[in-house]
Design a protein around this ligand. Sequence first.
Ligand code: FEO
Length: 385
Amino acid sequence: MKLTDRIRYVGVDDLSTVLFERQWPLPYGVSYNSYLVVDEKIALIDTAAAGFREGFLANIKQEIGDRKIDYLIVNHMEPDHSALQAAVRLEYPDCTIVTNQKAVPMIEGFNGLTENVMTIREGESLSLGASTLQFFMVPMVHWPETMVTWCPEEKTLFSGDAFGTFKALKGNVTDSKSNTFEDFKDEMTRYYASIVGKYANPVQSALKKLGGLEINRICSTHGPVWENQVADVIQYYDKLSRYEASHGVCLAYGSMYGNTEKAALALAEAISKCGIPCAVHDLTEENYSFALRDVFKFDTIVLGSPTYNNGIFPPVRQLMEGICDRQVKDRRFFAFGSCTWAPASVKLLNEMASAAGFEILGEGATFKQGYEPSKFDAAALAALV
Ligand code: FEO
């Protein structure tokens, strides 16, 4: 698909993979975006995931016919974008792989390619004729070898995973009135929270480094090409990587026999009655990435866990560890949960929250055995948040 005379989209939609990285659900699919810059020389920027070889190479042929690819630019080596490098080299044996030094051993390690690899350094440029590609390192967004490619003549940033989002494109390659940032915001947040969230400082460094560019178009490796809402998308990424959140509650719980669940629902109702947005997640029913998304969205985390093996119920512990792994900052925290004979989960969750630097809202609430409203004053607890 033609984005401009020079820039073409040759990516593919993945509507069949159930779990991205074998861990993150894809209810709306995902796209693996790849781009051509067509000039006197032709550059292909990143490839796609394994399993898409035929469609991907056909997309390239459709754009350039019998012309050859001169350069394969490698911005990022995660296999969802690098798995077809060998297929490209087989189809276009003379193409030069252009990347940075950190990616070179990964290209050999993943794909066995060692020949005709050109390394570039921070800020260096490659002429394609009338257009130029310039390279900037953005290490740890979210792998060490990550870089972005800038085409000044087109004011286009090929950003790798940065500004990416889950959700397949289904033919709507660019943002538009019927394909807006708002339509993708939840899945962008979940992508960021799941995959990039731990690397807030590198994202902030990258945003500062690229801040001087006059960007008219962002070509990420996942999700729409941003043309109409570039400023909104950059601003939102800045907000996410500062851990800025709006006032509201992510209430996530796990429950074995329904008692912590009854308490969770009573608390959610009481919080909602206070007029505070409250997103509720049953962690035994859904992947924790959905709750993690709302941890990045809202300023208050409320977790419900029964005591299990004298500890935190495992699905809740997984979320809490995910939050701590991502070094989430500036959140308020409240824990509750049932136990049968000796409470432990609330105390342990509070210890983890305290170590994360969260503001602890009261000591939490534990009740023994069956749920009764008299054992769990949801209205009083809601007043805390
Ligand atoms: Fe979409 Fe980090 O790969």
